[in-house]
Each structure stands twice: as structure tokens, then as C-alpha cells.
Design a protein around this ligand. Structure first.
Ligand code: SF4
Ligand code: SF4
Length: 167
């Protein structure tokens, strides 16, 4: 999915992950060096693959990330405790420049800085409309803090259906 279809945050009423699992199929998850070290230390080097100077999580059957597991009719991530940043941010994209043009509704002021925040329309957890209170006061600040590296733990930006405990 190209950037041209990204939704500016100001056109979103709310978002909640339904644990549908769609984002873990097809998307290649790049790992930062510290993420790679953490994952490899715990699961071995066989769970990653290399390409164009980057490290990615391996995909398995049906092009699904090998860390995704079915649980009670939903899909959950086995890497919850050490989930890569790219996964934590999905379906959000936090940029320092607008994707379209200034005034596209993506501008977001946070702690004296300006960001441009969008959502990937492939996520069925997005509810379009005027931004709601929870979205404004909890979801957006948390996602930007995660994107900035100021926060690690997810409270409002992860699925409430997490029930699978990694071995
Ligand atoms: S983030 Fe969106 S696409 Fe991914 S599992 Fe949650 S609802 Fe599905
Ligand atoms: S690490 Fe988890 S959230 Fe990320 S793609 Fe794999 S299963 Fe999905």
C-alpha cells in the first residue's frame, strides 16, 4: 500500500486493534540493531532474514510473520515483550514532513515539536470521523511517544485481546 492512501489523523474518530492479524501478513518487519540482538538472543538467528543491508523477521506459511499465533479466533504476537518498533506503531506513521502537503490535516504538535501523523487504511480498527477524546488524549500522544523513543510500554495502542503468553 503506497503512501498516497494514508489517512491523516484528523480524519479519524478512533482506533482500536481487533487482533485481526492482517498487518502481520505480507508486511516485512525491519529490525533495528538492538531489536535484532534481543530477538536473536531469545529465539536464535533462524527467525530472521537479511536483505539489502537490513534484517527482517522471517515469514512462514501464507507470508505470515512466524511470530504470529492464532488464539481464540484472533491473532496474537509472540513477541509482545520485545515487539519491534515498526509493529508497535502500526497502523500509525509518524513523520517529520507531511506526505501530501501542508494543511493536509496530519500536523500534530507534541512537546513543542511538530509531527505529521497518518494511519494505514489497511487496518480495519480505524473508525473515520472527527477525532474522539480517547484518540486525542490517549492514543495519539502514546503513539508519538513510542515513535520518539520516549515510551516503550504500550497501554492504549495495543490490542485488548492479548492472551497468549510466550514460552
Ligand atoms: S493493527 Fe489493525 S490490521 Fe493489525 S491486527 Fe490490529 S486491527 Fe488488525
Ligand atoms: S512481530 Fe508480532 S506484531 Fe510484528 S509482524 Fe510479527 S506477529 Fe505481527
Amino acid at each position: 500500500m503506497g503512501d498516497a492512501s494514508l489517512i491523516p489523523w484528523s480524519e479519524v474518530h478512533s482506533w482500536a486493534c481487533t487482533a485481526c492479524g492482517r498487518c502481520c501478513v505480507g508486511y516485512r518487519v525491519p529490525l533495528k540493531m538492538d531489536e535484532y540482538v534481543r530477538v536473536a538472543r531469545r529465539y536464535g538467528h533462524g527467525v530472521v532474514e537479511f536483505g539489502l543491508g537490513k534484517v527482517y523477521l522471517k515469514h512462514g506459511v501464507g507470508d505470515r510473520c512466524i511470530f504470529q499465533h492464532p488464539s481464540q479466533g484472533r491473532w496474537v504476537c509472540a513477541l509482545q515483550a520485545i515487539k519491534p518498533l515498526a509493529c508497535k506503531l502500526f497502523p500509525f506513521r509518524v513523520y517529520s514532513q507531511p506526505v501530501y502537503k501542508r494543511g493536509d490535516g496530519s500536523e500534530y504538535r507534541f512537546r513543542g515539536r511538530t509531527f505529521y501523523v497518518y494511519l494505514d487504511p489497511n487496518c480495519p480498527g480505524i473508525v473515520p470521523g472527527r477525532p474522539g477524546e480517547r484518540f486525542l488524549n490517549q492514543t495519539l500522544p502514546e503513539i508519538v511517544e513510542i515513535g520518539m523513543g520516549l515510551r516503550w510500554k504500550q497501554k492504549y495502542t495495543t490490542s485488548k485481546y492479548i492472551s497468549w503468553t510466550p514460552p
